[in-house]
Write a protein that binds this ligand. Structure first.
Ligand code: 13P
Length: 342
């Protein structure tokens, strides 16, 4: 008998733990490897993911789930153990990115995420391969003239169709309507981000309701409410935390199984600090944790540098960030702990 969606989601949201987004597409992981001058081969990608998944302290104590890419969910460690089995042995739930990327919308400068065709069959295969949750990322870009209703709506509708297909397959959907923070727009203030995030979330929950998606078996992966990186006025960490919680309280039903943020280009420490400040507020109707890609991995990739002799150093760097984010998920991180543990 398949597990209940609520139970899978509860395992992913267990106290003091969060999700590792290791689902970089081949194009994205190449960009990450370029920063250390490493050629992105299938073996290099496998070695790197194996290094993360064999970081026993981090995986057993701080990481409740891992999002994989199609190639990775089929890969075996150097000794022949399927990577999925490494995750299961560490008590981490395997997940899978199922969208096919944000593509240019017709007659528009905006993007819509594709991947619905054939998704039912792909989900059934991923279930057989061990996946118990999935991720679909919509990309919403802020400019003077965007987002438009057309893009907000098309992306929310696709997210809802994806989420319904996941639940039919016994897979918990992570729904990710990402309002991008690293675009070129100078007028991308924190208040503009608030308004666009509110619009995207309200539209998404409307579509999820229409599609009969069970919120109790759904995890939301939102952006934080934050000024764009090119905006000359940057908000304080306290303002980011306060406005993010405000928009979530205004838009996200308490029935959702949990909220796991993306890091979106924030520095490692900012992503940790913001999460901790939000959790320290207390009185929230859902758990808030991390589902970070870059903010969990940047230090590890740098320490590794693609060299076997640096694997232990890379694992230490990954474990440190995972531990700091675990503290943030409990609302107890402080800059002092960051220093003492470094
Ligand atoms: P970042 O934390 O690097 O934004 O990645 C999270 C993710 O999975 C985006 O889809």
């Amino acid at each position: 008998m398949s597990e209940r969606l609520e139970d899978i989601a509860a395992a992913m949201m267990r106290d003091g733990q969060g999700i590792l987004a290791a689902d970089e597409s081949s194009g994205t992981i190449k960009k990450r490897f370029d920063t250390i001058g490493l050629t992105s081969t299938e073996d290099a990608r496998r070695d790197y993911r194996e290094l993360l998944f064999r970081s026993t302290e981090a995986m057993e104590n701080y990481i409740s789930g891992v999002i994989l890419y199609d190639e990775t969910i089929r890969q075996k460690a150097a000794d022949g153990t399927p990577l999925v089995d490494l995750l299961k042995a560490a008590g981490s739930v395997p997940g899978i990115k199922v969208d096919m990327g944000a593509k240019p919308m017709a007659l528009s400068s905006e993007k819509v995420t594709e991947g619905l065709d054939g998704l039912r069959e792909r989900l059934n295969e991923y279930y057989e391969l061990g996946a118990r949750f999935a991720k679909w990322r919509a990309v919403i870009e802020i400019s003077d003239t965007t987002p438009t209703w057309n893009a907000i709506h098309a992306n929310a509708h696709a997210l809802a169709r994806y989420a319904a297909l996941c639940q039919e397959a016994g897979i918990v959907p992570i729904v990710e309507p990402e309002v991008i923070m690293d675009g070129p727009e100078a007028n991308h203030t924190i208040d503009r981000c608030y308004d666009v995030t509110q619009w995207a979330l309200n539209t998404l929950f409307d579509e999820l309701y229409t599609a009969n998606v069970s919120l109790e078996g759904t995890i939301l992966k939102p952006n934080m409410v934050i000024a764009g990186q090119q905006c000359p006025t940057q908000a304080s960490a306290e303002e980011v935390a306060e406005k993010t919680v405000k928009v979530l309280k205004a838009c996200v039903p308490s029935a959702v199984a949990g909220i796991a943020f993306l890091s979106g280009g924030q520095s490692d420490e900012d992503a940790t600090k913001h999460l901790s400040l939000m959790n320290a507020m207390g009185g929230l109707p859902w758990k808030l944790t991390f589902s970070y890609g870059r903010a969990l991995q940047a230090a590890a990739i740098k320490a590794w540098g693609g060299k076997p002799e640096n694997v232990a150093a890379a694992q230490r760097a990954f474990t440190h960030r995972a531990k700091m984010n675990s503290l943030a998920a409990r609302g107890t991180w402080s800059a002092d702990q960051e220093k003492s543990a470094a």
